[in-house]
Ligand binder design. Structure first.
Ligand code: HEM
Length: 534
């Protein structure tokens, strides 16, 4: 007991030291060039032991929707206002780059779309975005159902198998299961490679997880020590990272070589006519190689594939994790979702057509992204001086910012803003629902449908940048529809067969964050076959 009191005292005085240091820094920076912007008087200790975006929310409520935060040796501008978000992401998008994020991701993704400089980005976005056309998405729905079926049959086997026979439920970390499922989907759909991670482990899978882990570590570690000379050889985790990267790069290089060698004119014709019906390999890599000819640069192609592997994997796994977390706490909504699945699908698998009718499931996915946006912060750095639109507490004329200003656009704050949402912290997929006369989607409740008629989901356009499930402006996610369909298929197929409840209390599920929001120790659930099915 004495020891713990001492430890408390020590921690108290450490916190005081940190507070003093951060206040000094804040005062020093307050004379800076960002003028009259409110300054968060937060202490560094606020950032220890809880995800950064929680503290950014508290300061948003305290200081308003644009404020300056002194953090470590740097100042950041934190934005939680839709008009300013629209300005940065869309209207003045090319005056910003990815700043800190590019520094972190460049060693992994090279010149892939996310960290790419503007010139590379312009050229590659034009090539990659058409790859996500409707016929590709339609072909991919089969991949989503195949991979989800693997997961469902793994759970069935566990429920029926030896050791579990007779037991009504099994305990599983669903976060880990969704991670495997999403990895299998992304491997097959982006480069026609079957990781098979739902059922096995392999050196490539381990290397992918190692690399994701390092990307995560780097996005929470604010001193880029990996850039120091020799760090890649001397720091053990950096040596491991280089090793993992080599395994994945070798694997991707081989896939690229194969795709180039197996290029056939008949496939190219089919792709040109968007005819995916008889293609053996409908992957994005096939499209990129076939449509651009064999001369496409291998290094750039590898960077593009690596970027999509990382961008499309953790995000989708995270949205499924939080959707189940939220549903498990709302059994009435889980029943409602199951009723929709039963009436639309019966015992069939989803198809491209039937997916459109799973509207409630889609809204569960979207509402989960409102409460747990992936990533919770968008990061930008101004390339030239700019004026952020005014109308906020304290500065009606807007805030002038110099070139080189680092901006955190808090999607988490926007999505839980008490100024834009009723019951902002409640899980209410119904909030978006409108009664439509026929089955066509006519709009989304609370938003102006004329802004984006027939939008598949409530997006940044209909909400005028109050809701950014997939970002907005020219650097918006290229995989938004893909991810929405994949998550809808996976969730529908899970709920078609199983009831899920949390193993412990919801409070025991701790949040951690790097690039995405995930749990500290997994999402442990009890899973049982649905009792209302025979
Ligand atoms: C960009 C979210 C799935 C590929 C983004 C951005 C967001 C986002 C918010 C914008 C980042 C920024 O402005 O800084 C999500 C979420 C997903 C998801 C929530 C799943 C639920 C996917 C998938 C793919 C993908 C499946 C590919 C197969 C990309 C790429 C970019 C991007 C390449 C960069 C676009 C550019 O800069 O032009 N994503 N994403 N994402 N996403 Fe996604």
């Amino acid at each position: 007991r004495c020891q713990s009191v001492d430890a408390d005292k020590r921690e108290g005085s450490n916190r005081k030291l940190l507070d003093n240091a951060s206040n000094l820094l804040t005062n020093f920076l307050s004379g800076g060039s960002i003028g009259s912007m409110p300054i968060a008087e937060g202490a560094v200790s606020d950032l220890i032991g809880r995800p950064l975006f929680f503290s950014l929310y508290d300061w948003f409520i305290q200081h308003g929707s644009v404020y300056k935060l002194a953090f470590g040796p740097k100042a950041f501008v934190v934005v939680s206002d839709p008009i300013v978000a629209r300005h940065i992401l869309r209207e003045n998008a090319f005056s910003y780059d990815k700043g800190v994020l590019a520094d972190i991701l460049e060693p992994i993704m090279g010149k892939g779309l996310i960290p790419a400089d503007l010139d590379t980005w312009k050229q590659r976005r034009r090539v990659i975005a058409p790859g996500f056309h409707t016929s590709y998405l339609e072909a991919m729905v089969k991949t989503f159902t195949t991979c989800s079926e693997r997961t469902v049959s793994k759970f069935n086997k566990l429920l029926e198998g030896e050791g579990y026979a007779g037991q009504k439920s099994i305990q599983l970390d669903l976060e880990a299961e969704f991670s495997s499922l999403a990895l299998d989907v992304i491997g097959l759909s982006v480069f026609n490679y079957d990781f098979g991670s739902v059922t096995k482990e392999s050196p490539v899978i381990k290397a992918v997880y190692g690399t994701l882990f390092e990307a995560e570590h780097r996005s929470t570690f604010y001193i880029p020590y990996w850039k120091l000379p020799l760090a890649r050889w001397l720091v053990p985790r950096q040596r491991k990272f280089q090793h993992d990267l080599k395994i994945i790069n070798n694997c991707l290089d081989e896939l690229i070589r194969n795709a180039k060698e197996s290029r056939e004119e008949t496939d190219v014709e089919k792709l040109q006519q968007r005819d995916y019906s008889n293609l053996k390999d409908a992957s994005l890599l096939r499209f990129l190689v076939d449509m651009r000819g064999a001369d496409v640069d291998d290094r750039q192609l590898r960077d593009d594939l690596m970027t999509m592997l990382i961008a499309g994997h953790e995000t989708t796994a995270a949205v499924l994790t939080w959707a189940v977390f939220l549903l498990a706490q709302n059994p009435d909504k889980m029943k409602k979702a199951q009723a929709e699945v039963d009436s639309v699908l019966g015992s069939d698998k989803p198809t491209f057509e039937s997916l459109k009718k799973l509207q409630y499931i889609r809204l569960i996915v979207v509402e989960s992204l409102r409460l747990y946006p992936q990533p919770p912060l968008l990061i930008r750095r101004s390339l030239k001086p700019d004026v952020l639109p005014g109308g906020h507490k304290g500065d009606k004329d807007g805030y002038a910012i110099p070139a080189g200003t680092d901006v955190f656009l808090s999607v988490y704050n926007l999505h839980r803003s008490p100024y834009f949402w009723d019951h902002p912290h409640e899980f209410e997929p119904e909030r978006f629902l409108v009664q439509s006369k026929n089955e066509e989607i006519e709009g989304w409740a609370g938003f102006d449908p004329s802004r984006s008629p027939g939008a598949l989901y409530p997006n940044e356009i209909v909400s005028d940048f109050a809701f950014l499930p997939f970002g907005g402006g020219p650097r918006k996610c290229v995989g938004d529809q893909f991810a929405l369909m994949e998550s809808t298929v996976a969730l529908a197929m899970l709920l078609q067969k199983f009831d899920v409840e949390l193993k412990g209390t919801s409070e025991s599920v701790e949040l951690v964050t790097g690039a995405t929001i995930h749990t500290k120790n997994g999402l442990w659930c009890n899973l049982r076959k649905r009792s209302d099915l025979h």
